[in-house]
Design a protein around this ligand. Structure first.
Ligand code: SF4
Length: 490
């Protein structure tokens, strides 16, 4: 029996962890804002709720921010012409911290004693609430509910003299994950937190310096990849001068492992490794760890495709496109009237019935979050006549929430936090379910079994091993405990 609304539209990407943001910056190009718009297009998968671009033309800052996709907001000549200057940066957003309103859309901008200051942030500051309360107590007036604004106030109130020193002073007070691009009248600064949790790369285009969340955005604007911005590094661009400083105590990097599993586009390169290749290797590991007798390997589109190819190649079971995705159903699709609303379910994804009928299928997906999508897809396979439906997942069970800039449901809503694999199998009504192990995931990355190495990645949503303190979470938990105690005493 389906436990979810069967008339709910099936969007296989609707039950995923969602990367919160993508950032892109250009310094030294006459077409800076236009390049940023193109770069943001390439990063659209990292945030679809809102987008913004800020430029600087040696006199003033110019900003355009809007709710919705990059296309539709930044594909008009008049919008780009209103963003003059040879330095520009942009941001695509999906909110987890702060409401989905225009005042939270980045880049954020403020007039400081040193002049204009614009900032774009990918990540999440895990002590933002504590800092915010303290700043407000000292007189700061916040304009947004975004955690990123905390950095602006820390810079504004720092006792250091130069803007750079103020910025470093601010960063030393924040904990959590941040890849940042900052624009001031002096130039552009790009940086990553000391653990390098969120990605940031650097490239060149005809002398211009480009920063982007992923290499795919460099490809799209025709830039050459130069290198990753290193964890704890600040790259400072002033005119043609580019210099690097590392003001933090060195730490062992812990880049987000979920970038490999799902967030990054498969055509991006991270640490000299292709995301696509690693995902295929995860699928191959999964085939070794969780074999099954079946007739077809079917990916859940699009994110399950590379792992399904790897599973099929390693198992010898044919890879087939058993679920077809329509590329013509946009977010703006108007739901038909009640009488035929259930038909809308199949508009975006539909089973390839002729292929599936009477077959034992292995469905490959990248992850299970709430499990509601897996339930529907298994049902879709059964409705199309599959004789057996086996689900294989190219990541370990997602048992913990992310506090580093990824939208995760609260822990109680994660299927793997509520059930063991047997219970999850029952929930999604599959004949079998298996996940790649955490060791298998690290092996696919070419890094050996996790228990035998010092992990180079944050994998907290699988292991609960958070690489930073989580001040706001800990304080919220303390408040809850106190409330519970007070309730008991009363
Ligand atoms: Fe990535 Fe998970 Fe760590 Fe968040 S908790 S940074 S999603 S690995």
């Amino acid at each position: 029996m389906l436990t979810t609304d069967p008339f709910d539209g099936l969007d296989v990407n609707g039950d995923k962890l969602r990367e919160e943001c993508g950032i892109f910056g250009v310094s030294g190009s006459d077409s800076a804002a236009a390049l940023v718009a193109l770069g943001l297009h390439a990063l659209q998968h990292r945030g679809q709720e809102a987008a913004g671009i800020t430029s600087f033309d040696e006199r003033s800052f110019h900003t355009h921010r809007a709710m919705g996709h990059v296309a539709g907001n930044f594909d008009r000549d008049d919008v780009i012409r209103a963003l003059p200057g040879d330095v520009a940066m942009g941001h695509v957003r999906y909110s987890t911290t702060g409401e989905a309103v225009l005042r939270n859309v980045q880049p954020l901008y403020a007039e400081l004693v040193s002049g204009g200051f614009a900032i774009a942030h990918n990540g999440n500051i895990s002590n933002a609430q504590r800092l915010r309360k303290e700043l407000i107590r000292r007189g700061s007036i916040f304009q947004s509910t975004s955690d990123t604004e905390t950095i602006i106030h820390l810079v504004a109130t720092s006792s250091y003299r130069t803007l750079l020193d103020r910025f470093i002073d601010a960063l030393k007070q924040v904990e959590g994950a941040y890849s940042l691009i900052v624009m001031t009248p002096e130039g552009m600064i790009a940086c990553r937190d000391p653990l390098g949790i969120r990605p940031l790369v650097m490239g060149r285009l005809n002398g211009a310096v480009i920063f982007a969340s992923e290499t795919v955005a460099l490809d799209v604007v025709g830039a050459t990849f130069e290198r990753a911005v290193q964890p704890g590094e600040l790259v400072i661009v002033q005119g043609e001068e580019v210099r690097s400083i590392r003001p933090f105590a060195p730490m062992s990097p812990r880049a987000c492992i979920f970038e490999w599993v799902y967030f990054s586009r498969p055509d991006s390169i991270v640490d000299d490794r292709s995301i696509y290749d690693v995902r295929k290797r995860i699928g191959a590991e999964l085939a070794v760890e969780a074999p099954v007798e079946a007739d077809l390997v079917i990916p859940v589109p699009d994110s399950g495709v590379p792992a399904a190819i790897g599973y099929a190649q390693a198992s010898g079971i044919p890879f087939e496109l058993g679920i077809i995705r329509s590329h013509y159903v946009g977010r703006t699709f108007i739901q038909p009237g009640d009488g035929v609303r259930h038909l809308g379910v199949k508009l975006k994804h539909n089973a390839n019935r002729a292929l599936i009928k009477g077959k034992r299928v292995v469905l490959i997906d990248d992850s299970i979050v709430r499990g509601t999508t897996s339930l529907k897809i298994v049902q879709m396979m059964r409705d199309a006549g599959a004789s057996e439906v086996h689900m294989r997942i190219a990541s370990p069970p997602t048992r913990h929430s992310c506090f580093y800039g990824v939208d995760t449901p609260e822990r109680a809503k994660l299927l793997a936090a509520k059930h063991d694999v047997g219970g999850m199998t029952d929930f999604i009504h599959a004949d079998s379910l298996a996940f790649v192990s955490i060791d298998g995931l690290y092996k696919a990355l070419g890094e050996g079994e996790r228990r035998k190495i010092r992990p180079k990645h944050c994998d907290a949503c699988f292991t609960g091993d958070y690489p930073t303190t989580l001040t706001d979470q800990d304080e919220a938990a303390d408040v809850d405990q106190f409330a519970l105690l007070a309730e008991r005493v009363n």
